[in-house]
Design a protein. Structure first.
Length: 94
């Protein structure tokens, strides 16, 4: 099993590196997702709601396979998206 420190480090690297390059700024991307979900659900959805819902998807998957390291890393990444100040979260002060 990967250590907590490595999970957080990898999540931070993904949020600010590969995923940022692939999908653009995470906060903007989650806002875009929220707008799409709001149309589908016919109710207001925030980027924080998106982070919580995406985290729940990972939790449901982890319930079936708790040793799936990528899901743990993604969960930590969703936590970072939930924070109002991503830099504070990456520094551990959120």
């Amino acid at each position: 099993m990967i250590s907590r420190e490595n999970i957080l480090k990898k999540a931070s690297e993904l949020v600010t590196g590969d995923r940022d390059k692939e999908y653009g700024d995470a906060f903007t991307n989650f806002n875009d997702i929220a707008q799409g979900w709001a149309l589908i659900l016919k109710k207001q959805v925030t980027r924080e709601d998106v982070a919580l819902c995406m985290a729940w998807v990972k939790m449901a998957r982890l319930a079936k396979n708790p040793s799936h390291q990528d899901s743990w890393i993604d969960m930590a990444g969703f936590y970072i998206h939930k924070c109002p100040d991503r830099q504070q979260c990456l520094l551990g002060s959120c």
